[in-house]
Ligand binder design. Sequence first.
Ligand SMILES: [Fe+2]
Ligand SMILES: [Fe+2]
Length: 270
Amino acid sequence: MKILHFSDSHAGAPAEEWSAYLDKRWVGIFNYWFRRRFQHNQKVLSKAVSIMLESGADLFVCSGDITSTGQPSEFRIALDILRPLAETRKLLYIPGNHDFYVFDAKCNAAMRDAFAELNGGRFSISDLPVRIPFPECDIIAVNESWPGNLISSCGYLMKRDSDTIARMIKTKTRPVILAGHYPLIEEKPIMRIRHRLWGQEKLLDMLRSGAIDISLCGHVHKPYSIGTGEGGRGEYCAGSVTKMAVLSEFTYDPAKDVFAHRTIKFGGSV
Ligand SMILES: [Fe+2]
Ligand SMILES: [Fe+2]
């Protein structure tokens, strides 16, 4: 089985309405004008999609943050690029904190529509966590992103969701891959206090005990792996596909019960 994993493409756009300056969107829009639009070239995402379509992968996982502030225009930019991947019906998309940035009816409707289209209408966001069975392993998609205050980029894992996941893998018969937005393993808990995932202890225990074999995440824009042990088990952050021009590839060999991972760097000519 081959999986291609990518994250954090961060399409951006100017404020769509004056009320965007009354909530957290003004922070994201400021960030977009002065930083993100220089870092996240959507042509790089187009190139990544072309590479993925030719890869022959069994599954594409997007760990979220396809927008900067979750505005409908940003989802439209991202969807126009990701649509060919969604049409393969092999794409799994999990929202990031920038996709569920504020409680605004138009933004939230755009996110739900994007979620439905990218996931081929198989489930809605309120169905998460869901288990998607593959012949050689199970994928579990979980939502950890909820609107936060002006300075927080933290994620929140609901107790009911980690309890559901624990029940899902109680009778595990094959490897389990967890797909979320945030890293479970904290490398620098003090420095990353504004970016951490709260409530992740139970899933972290499952990852450390081997009940969860692989944790796929994004949110951190530089790709890395951590806690990787026997058979390639551990946590893998895809990094930002647009900022770093990287894709993350996994192949699982059931005969050897081994996951092989490599980072595909495709930057240079977009
Ligand atoms: Fe991000
Ligand atoms: Fe994020």
